[in-house]
Design a protein. Structure first.
Length: 330
């Protein structure tokens, strides 16, 4: 007679793993990375390499010497944190500021809570927002694209979001004439304006990454689509009510909306578990982004909106948790 083996769940195993999904996200970032290197050259390379190297070092050092656990650098999570932090920074940011951002992202945003799977805020955004508050001048100095050999002495300019903010402040919709058209925003062809962070320059490259992750089933459509759709609808209503607010196409293709919606808000650990919860989460992020962009102190609101909703994720999970097997719906 055979033995009855009793074991803990899960009893059915798939071929998914943390490493596979993490490296899948890294592959999805490749088009945006290549575009940033094409437009920013040396500055983009220095910022991203410094960020990745620093995040990996701090995770290794904190794991080994403070938490006394085996470092898990091979799972790819530190690399993604470094890439996303770097892609949220200007291409002329000094290395010493990048190191501070990486320490905050890994040390406070991730390892303080026990490492991968335990953090409730997106680590890269924790680092980015800390730098934005601590070094506002350096973090809002946006180099013009095409200065491939320049790094610290790159020429800077106003971003589309800064122009949109100025238009609202002055009540002058004619200022939108200096913003590149939708095609140029989609392709990243903004020669006469600062384009923002490294990873924001080309919406098309980010959409290619989204298509890859949906194809590989690394993420679902619920969060990115709900964020983009909410921003489109809300900003469209504002534009119809008063042309001093940007049109919805310019709104969704400017700043870090695409980068945040596709790669930051979809973080497994800090986003809701159910599809219904993801839709609530995404709609709230989109709404908060438009509110902060149009009426807040900062031109961009994507990072703050995601962090705010990261904090609400446990509440959303509790509200929309599925009914247990064998139990009746309330």
């Amino acid at each position: 007679m055979g033995k009855l083996i009793v074991s803990l769940s899960p009893h059915a195993h798939g071929n998914e793993s943390v490493e596979k999904n993490m490296y899948g996200v890294i592959l999805a970032l490749v088009p945006a990375i290549l575009v940033s290197l094409y437009f920013f050259g040396l500055g983009s390379a220095v910022v991203m390499l410094s960020s990745v190297a620093a995040c990996m070092f701090f995770e290794w050092a904190i794991s080994k010497y403070m938490l006394k656990v085996e470092p898990t650098l091979t799972d790819g999570s530190a690399i993604i944190t470094g890439l996303l932090l770097g892609m949220n920074l200007p291409s002329n940011l000094p290395v010493w500021i990048i190191l501070i951002g990486a320490l905050v992202a890994i040390g406070i945003g991730k390892m303080t809570f026990g490492g991968l799977g335990n953090n409730f805020l997106n680590p890269a955004l924790v680092g980015r927002c800390f730098l934005l508050v601590s070094f506002p001048a350096q973090m809002t100095s946006w180099p013009l694209a095409g200065q491939l050999s320049n790094y610290l002495d790159a020429q800077t300019g106003a971003t589309p979001l800064a122009i949109m903010k100025e238009a609202i402040k002055k009540g002058d919709a004619s200022l939108f004439d200096s913003i590149p058209d939708v095609t140029h925003l989609l392709l990243g062809l903004n020669p006469n304006a600062g384009v923002g962070a490294i990873g924001e320059i080309c919406a098309l490259a980010l959409l290619i990454g989204l298509a890859y992750m949906l194809w590989k089933k690394i993420i679902t459509w619920h969060i990115p689509v709900s964020i983009i759709a909410t921003v489109f609808v809300f900003s469209g209503l504002l534009h119809l009510a008063n042309p001093v607010y940007a049109d919805p196409f310019t709104e969704i293709l400017s700043g870090g909306l695409m980068l945040g919606a596709i790669f930051m808000a979809t973080d497994y650990v800090t986003s809701p578990m159910t599809h219904k919860g993801m839709l609530i989460y995404g709609v709230a992020i989109g709404f908060l982004t438009v509110v902060i962009r149009n009426w807040g102190s900062y031109p961009e609101g994507m990072s703050f909106a995601i962090l705010i909703m990261n904090a609400f994720t446990p509440l959303i999970n509790h509200y929309v948790k599925p009914t247990r097997f064998g139990m009746k719906n309330k």
